[in-house]
Write a protein that binds this ligand. Structure first.
Ligand code: NI
Length: 139
């Protein structure tokens, strides 16, 4: 970590006690690391609001592969966006249900648009986009 600066924070004792319990549950070695993660998380979440910011996301889809033309539609969408989709994982959950995880990288607006198109495809039982950061500009 470059250029460390030490700061003092005034905080209510009860609030600090709750914070200490939380970070212990989560396994943080100390308050500093927990504070840094909180700050990074806020910065990353803020970046998602900007359509032009570079993000990475994972889309989880659960669908029934027996639904007519659903596989074709999902594959067509993926080929339409081959530049943005880095990788896909497909698991056959049981006789009819499939789990697919797609990793997408690009501008926030584009990643959201691709995810929404996949998730809203008729026959997809459940879909979720989880956004993260490209890691650039984060120490
Ligand atoms: Ni399958």
């Amino acid at each position: 970590m470059s250029n460390l600066t030490r700061i003092g924070v005034a905080i209510d004792a009860d609030l600090l006690e709750k914070f200490d319990e939380l970070i212990e549950q989560r396994g943080y070695p100390n308050r500093s690391e927990a504070f840094r993660d909180l700050i990074r998380n806020e910065l990353v979440e803020e970046s998602w609001q900007s359509p032009e910011s570079e993000v990475v996301g994972s889309v989880t889809l659960v669908y029934n592969h027996h639904v007519r033309q659903l596989n074709d539609k999902l594959l067509d969408l993926q080929h339409d966006h081959h530049d943005s989709i880095l990788s896909t994982l497909h698991v056959h959950l049981d006789h009819e249900n499939c789990l697919e995880v797609l990793l997408i990288k690009g501008k926030a607006a584009a990643v959201n648009q691709i995810a929404n198109a996949l998730i809203s495809t008729k026959g997809v039982k459940h879909g979720r986009l989880t956004l993260s950061s490209s890691g650039r500009n984060l120490e």
